[in-house]
Structure formats: structure tokens, C-alpha cells
Design a protein around this ligand. Sequence first.
Ligand SMILES: Cc1ncc(COP(=O)(O)O)c(C=O)c1O
Length: 390
Amino acid sequence: MRNFQSSDELALPSASLAARQHGGPDALGVPRFDFSTNSNACGPCPMALAAVQSADPTRYPDASYTALKQQLADFHGVAARRVVLAGSASEFIFRITAWQAQQSAGQGRVHLPPHSYGDYAHAAKAWGLAPTADVNAAQLVWACEPSSPLGQANEHWPSWLSHPGEGTVESPAVLATFRAGTAQLVLDCAYAPLRLSDAPSLSTSQLEQVWQLFSPNKALGLTGVRAAYAISPLGSGTAVHELERLCASWPVGAHGVALLQAWVVPGVQAWLSDSLHTLAEWKTRQIKLLQRAGWMALPSEANFFCARPPGGDLTAQLQSLRAHGIKLRDAASFGLPGHVRLGVLAPEAQDALIKAWALSTPSGRNPSPPGTNFLVKPAQADTTPNPQTK
Ligand SMILES: Cc1ncc(COP(=O)(O)O)c(C=O)c1O
């Protein structure tokens, strides 16, 4: 398997829009069963949808978003001055990369997880940040938990990130050390609200040293609404000010404001919390069905996972599925050739996938008996399944 971290000289993809690959609707329209995004399949959240639908598009939003910032700040228990609004998580990714490139005056280095959301690399390429495999040498470090596409914990943390108990307001010396270091870590929390198992890696005090980037449209099943926000690290008022300067006016429109305001409403959070139980059940069923059909599912803590279908021409198989109205995300662009990423969908969609798979591949017609395929770790994904990992 290709490992981006094997060399310090890492290649970044082309930054053109055409080179970017995403899940979701495509030239063929909206797939009947779309496994290719990580959007909450229990969605859309009815309360959030109603809020978006009743947004008033006839006026500008408050250009300073005073009320919205306060609501998000209260939700996270932080000061409103730490909230940075963004047109989307993707927009923030590009903006903070641009800012870091300015700060480091052409000498900046970026560290990406081995398999990660493509916009981190696209933005780095566009703004001339050089990739480095050494997390401690980077001025801009990206982390994502649960990660995409794997849905796993982040592995590489910089050593300037203090241990639990340090880095709080009570330890200004530690804060000063990493502030002076000019390095920034952005923790992409796009799927944190969709975590189905295990726990986040960072303590509360560690979270205060990093940028936390939230994009609630996935958790609410409303990915067509573009709006996101970041919570800045403690003591980064200047950075917040400079990021605001780099932003166009009104980055979030009326519908985005409505989505973010709905996000903090207790009833919406209760809906999300209920949906996680359903997703966990669906996920167990989906993995079992795929394993019976000979697929190998990789471990994941989220409402999506990667899997390796049994041999054959994956591109042709995915095209055949797409012709049946079923879309999966080829994980090759994430550095996982031969694998796909699948969102967890409802049983009806799962059954349609299995049926269409049987039609699109000879091996799908002769599924292996249950129990002959095992969950494998990514490092083992290109090897024979290991019964020890069952
Ligand atoms: C890990 C991750 N971060 C960020 C984004 C982008 O989120 P947004 O819809 O807010 O641009 C995605 C979208 O797929 C993602 O997978």
C-alpha cells in the first residue's frame, strides 16, 4: 500500500478543480443509493431542515454574525472571539493554508495524515506549502478524527502539543512555547459528531492548543448547505483577526446561518444522538453483508468505512454499480487503491448494493460463506486476511 509518509519529499496532487474527486451527485445526477459521501443517512434532521427552509434569503445576514458567533461559542463553552465562521470546512482549509503561507513567507511546510481529505493537499499545493513527513517540522499540521477515509484515530501528533494538564490557562509557559513556535495544528472535526465507537485522542486542554474545525452539514444530513466554523486555539487573537481579514464579506449565507443556529438547538442534538444508535446497527449489518460477499472491511469508528471488494476491475465494477443507481467512493485518490469508502446506509440500500454487486461481478455471484473474511488493519489490507484480526 502506498504510504505518503515513507519519504520527506512528498508529492502533492494538482490543485485544479478538475483534479479533485468527491463523493455525491455527479454527471449522471443524484445516485439512487449514495454510499459515496459520509453524510448522516438518518438525515436530513427534520428540525434543521425546517430551519433552513424557513431562512430569509431576502436580506444579507449580519455581516459580523454577532448572534451566531455567540450561540456557537456558548455551545462549545468558549469565548465568542474564538469563533471563526467559514463558507464551508473546505473554504476554511484554503483560507488557513493561505494565511500560513503568508506567515512563513514561502518557506512553509505542511504535514498531512497518510490518507486524508484531498483539499488539505490541494490548498497546500495552491499556496506553495511544501509537504513534509516530519510532523514536528511543519508549520501547518492537519489531523482529522475520526479520519476520512478510514474513520480512525489520528496517528501523528506534534511533540509541541502538550500532555493533558498542560497548556491550559494555568500553564502559560507551555502556551507561550508553542505559540512562539508558529506551528498550527488544525483538527478537522467534520466527523466527530458522527463517531460511533471509541473516544477522541485529545484531552480538553490539548484541544485548547489546536484549531477545531466543524462542519455540521454532514451530521445533519444537509451537505448541500455550505457553512462551517472553527474554534481557534487559546491565545490566537492575532491569527483570528488575520483570518477575518483574508475572508470575503458574508462567507455564510442565510441558509448556512440557519443551519448553524439549528446545530446548537438541544432538540437537534438529541436527534443526532438518537441517529447514532441507528447508524451503529446499520453499520453492523452492512459490514456483515459485505463480508458475506467476500469484501474485507477495514476498522472504523465512524458512520463510514473503507473496504476492499474481491478481485476484478474495480473501476469497471464501480461503473456498473453506478449504472444501477449505486455510487461508492473509489479510495484510490486517498492512497488506497483497490479499496472503496462506503457511508453506512439503511438496510434497503445495503440490499440493493449486494444485489447489484452480484450482477456486476462474477465473484459477487458466488459469495464466500460467512466467517471467511475478517476485519483487517490498513497495513494488512494488501495481504491475505489474517484470522488473528477477526
Ligand atoms: C474530512 C473532511 N473535512 C472537510 C470536508 C469538507 O466539508 P464542507 O462540506 O464543510 O466543505 C469534508 C468533505 O467531504 C471531509 O471529508
